[in-house]
Design a protein around this ligand. Sequence first.
Ligand code: 4AD
Ligand code: MG
Length: 451
Amino acid sequence: MKKIEIKTIFIKKRSWENLCVEGWIKFNRDNGKIIFLEINDGTTINNLQVTCKQENLCNFEQIKNYKFSSAIRVFGDLKPTNNQKTPWEILAKKIVFLKQASDFPVQNKQQTNEFLRNIAHLRIRTKFQQAIMKIRSELAFSIHDFFHRKGFSYVATPILTNNDCEGAGENFKIADDKNNPFFPTMTTLTVSGQLNAEAMSMGLKKVYTFGPTFRAERSHTHRHLAEFWMVEPEIAFCNLKDLMKIIEQMFKVIIKKTINKCQDEFNYLAQKTQKNMVATLQKLLASKFIRLSYKRAIDILKDACAKGQKFFDCDIFFGKDLAAEHEKYLCEVYFNCPIFLYDFPSEIKAFYMKQNKDNKTVAAVDLLVPGVGEIVGGSQREDDYEKIVKKCHQKNISLQPLQWYLDLRKYGYYKSAGFGMGFERILMFITGVDNIKDVIPFPRYEGYLKY
Ligand code: 4AD
Ligand code: MG
């Protein structure tokens, strides 16, 4: 008896005698004389059919009662079927019942994503979550692979910190012992690894960090989490124009690779979300992303309003922080293509971004994509010590916890640029899943912390 994983069956695509397979029951139906089980072992989203005939199995009657998600071990011969949905079957010679799943709450009947979110510890047993999490894993690998091939070093940046990189006051505070504090300063969870990545880039030139980030952002939207993962590369001697090239290249390469690696998963999701998902993605990826200055975006939006376009907020002016509806219009209606929106007014952007010559805008860029909106936020960094200090004063940012960061500008800091890509946002984009809570195993958001 050879013990194999179900994935091997779908790779080898050959008949096989005397196999042993272990897995969980996904379907159990019978016509009195024959029982058809479908089992899955998590190595592929494809199920294996187990055909049980009364004459071959002494526990035939018991098998009829094996419940969804129970674990079994099957011995038998593998052969192809004529059924597209389950193209391989094992004719069972022996079935060992390993563990019962009694009253498992996720049944075969269609469950809503909202329902499944409340049993996130069990939802991975659905094909939908299996497909998403497999894609998540492959996408993470393709990101590491991309940067590794480009000569970037993977660096660790702290989770515990005493600075607020984005200056938005959204850090979660760590409760310390008031009488005997562990740390000498107020401690928070990081909102971004960028400042530390900048320090590392001054010795390694091209670095990236990829880890969890935390924001006490009270945005109840389908694209915000309190704990999300971010990829943050930082490149010394790089300007904004080159940064956009790198973002575009990375974006295209990692998505293409993931689509190739996860064909079964994408085919399955296409039935669930949108039919032509992969073709639509490929079309978008084949196009050159639009470069659109913030100033031009404002002109386009003003013009749209004048022509009767209805926005919830029609008060468009230079200096406005664009809302999701405005980004959506630019990305999905006006251009219908991913857009690099760049050169934002300095008042609406973080303190570390490089001041442009016009003294009004900073060298910042956001990548907006249809369906999701902002996926990437990045910038060239301010290299002038005095200018950063001035900006901190203007924005009421305390210099003391940032002194180490300001120091970087004293010692040969010529230029650097970098960006942060929301990992769950890009997952939403490629899977077509419309709620960010469904592309992370255990979501955290305002009012919800379980598991
Ligand atoms: O635009 P953000 O705030 O940029 C930064 O944090 C920079 N320090 C990055 C850098 O230059 N190294 O965040 C970057 C991206 C956003 O574009 C978005 O995709 C994602 O992180 N993001 C979130 N994703 C999920 N939930 C949230 N609450 C998010 N906030 C930001
Ligand atoms: Mg941003």
